[in-house]
Write a protein that binds this ligand. Structure first.
Ligand code: SF4
Length: 334
């Protein structure tokens, strides 16, 4: 039997190239290798976006449509929305009882976001406790593997710690999930910083070839290469960092030509822009076909909820029985 993998993503609306190469391709690859559960983490979004929830539904739909257009297949993985899973909040309550404040406050993301965001916005019970929600998402479906980047390892370690604490306090209920380190490349934005909507430096998956061309032409290159015959330094060039993705067999030749000023930045950029547009063309075609099916996301999420709810109900019943909580005659035959 294939190992079960779970991975959740905050609804962020239309996706960009950073998402595509960062997570989405991994998810699509994993759906053939593992028993995959991919969910829209709309409760996680609430931890920072609770003041204005008006776009959460739209962002969920847009993100799932992008997943599907990129190749995620509901017949090969389970796609669901976190807030459709009725057993999660109760399990969060039980797991929250065994996590100390110190464990939550040591979470590096918590400290970082308190610094970066307006502390009045995220200085909440919900935001401090979101690692418990994350742990519940993983443990509730008995996931054995969780794809993570290096920076997310502390979160997974806390999940493992929660599973260990629960199993030793009561009885063994939850498997300890293992990390699968993501091999995703980092995609720079057009200004050289991390690609992000909030920096407005992104290339959207929906962008036309013309828009992609314009955005790539604005990309930061080697600041020392001011004229066509100046020798370049590809290692500091944002455009060059896309070559390993789009022209993996051509990286050395392009680097040498740049260093010897044998190619100009305009040609170099146009080549990358065309490659991006060409790579995204099938995505754009599938996306426009999916938009013609207005119920597709609703149906897929409903189907996913039907699969996941019984799994989580069963985990919840096992946990309650181990904790000797509630009436054993309620909540199934376990
Ligand atoms: S030639 Fe290409 S790699 Fe060299 S600086 Fe210009 S855009 Fe960058």
């Amino acid at each position: 039997m294939k190992n079960r993998v779970v991975s959740g993503y905050r609804p962020s609306g239309r996706l960009h190239l950073g998402h595509y190469h960062g997570n989405l391709k991994n998810m699509i690859r994993l759906q053939d290798e593992r028993d995959c559960y991919f969910f829209v983490a709309d409760w996680h979004a609430l931890t920072t976006e609770y003041r204005d929830t008006s776009m959460l539904g739209t962002w969920t739909e847009e993100m799932v449509l992008d997943w599907l257009a990129a190749g995620m297949d509901p017949d090969r993985c389970t796609i669901y929305r976190q807030s459709d899973i009725r057993g999660i909040p109760e399990l969060v309550l039980y797991l929250g009882m065994i996590v100390t404040l110190g464990e939550l406050e040591r979470n590096p993301t918590y400290k970082e976001q308190l610094r970066e965001l307006d502390s009045r916005v995220v200085n909440t019970y919900g935001f401090l406790g979101y690692p418990v929600l994350m742990a519940t998402d993983i443990l509730a479906v008995d996931a054995e593997l969780v794809p993570v980047g290096e920076d997310q390892l502390p979160h997974l370690e806390l999940t493992r710690e929660i599973a260990r604490s629960f199993n030793s306090l009561y009885e063994p209920v939850f498997p300890e999930p293992q990390p699968v380190l993501s091999r995703a490349p980092k995609i720079p934005g057009t200004d050289g910083r991390k690609m992000s909507k909030s920096y407005n430096n992104y290339i959207g998956l929906e962008d036309s070839a013309e828009v992609i061309g314009k955005k790539v032409r604005k990309m930061i290159t080697d600041p020392a290469r001011k004229r066509r015959d100046d020798k370049g330094h590809p290692e500091v060039c944002t455009v060059f960092s896309l070559y390993p993705i789009y022209f993996p067999d051509d990286v050395e030749r392009v680097a040498a030509e740049c260093k010897d000023a044998l190619i100009g930045c305009t040609d170099c950029k146009d080549r990358i822009a065309q490659a991006i547009a060409c790579d995204l063309a099938p995505f754009r075609k599938r996306r426009s076909e999916l938009v013609e099916k207005p119920d597709v996301v609703r149906e897929i999420l409903a189907r996913g909820a039907n699969v996941v709810n019984p799994i989580v109900d069963e985990s919840l019943a096992r946990a309650k029985r181990a904790m000797k909580i509630g009436n054993p005659h309620f909540g199934g035959d376990l």
